[in-house]
Unconditional design. Structure first.
Length: 149
């Protein structure tokens, strides 16, 4: 299995508002940058979209170290997801899970891709080079979305 380092980030100008997602994929000496955006979205949706797009970009099962600065994404995928599914996509407070469409998409990618994923939190805006590049890509996604108005 190839080892891939992935850094993801989301950005939003207003929450909700125009947003962007970005991902940096690194393997050996190769790097790939991905980004995109939407006009009416939230920061959490963009954080999720960055992870989904990065994992979907991998064409075969990989050993992935995924770095994200979003506790929402990391806790969601590693702690909350199983309970949400068991409760019919309801929270512990019996409320519908927010962003359920993206959580279901992420769950599908993770469960069917064959990737072995090591989920890692990185403090955002703290000088981590991979996180800073992902942040820059997410901001390019915002600019792209604004240009399409």
């Amino acid at each position: 299995m190839n080892h891939i380092e992935i850094y993801t980030d989301g950005a939003c100008k207003g929450n909700p508002g125009p947003g962007g997602w970005g991902a940096l994929l690194k393997s050996g000496g190769t790097e790939k940058e991905l980004f995109g955006g939407e006009l009416g979205t939230t920061n959490n949706r963009m954080e999720l979209m960055a992870v989904i797009q990065a994992l979907q970009a991998l064409k075969r099962p990989c050993q992935v170290t995924l770095h994200a600065d979003s506790q929402y994404v990391l806790k969601g995928i590693t702690e909350w997801l199983a309970g949400w599914k068991a409760k019919g996509w309801k929270t512990a407070a019996k409320q519908p899970v927010k962003n359920v469409d993206l959580w279901q998409q992420l769950d599908e990618v993770v469960s069917t891709s064959g990737h072995k994923i090591d989920w890692r939190w990185v403090r955002g805006h703290n000088g981590d080079p991979g996180n800073e590049r992902a942040d820059g890509l997410a901001n390019r996604g915002v600019e792209q979305a604004l240009a399409q108005r």
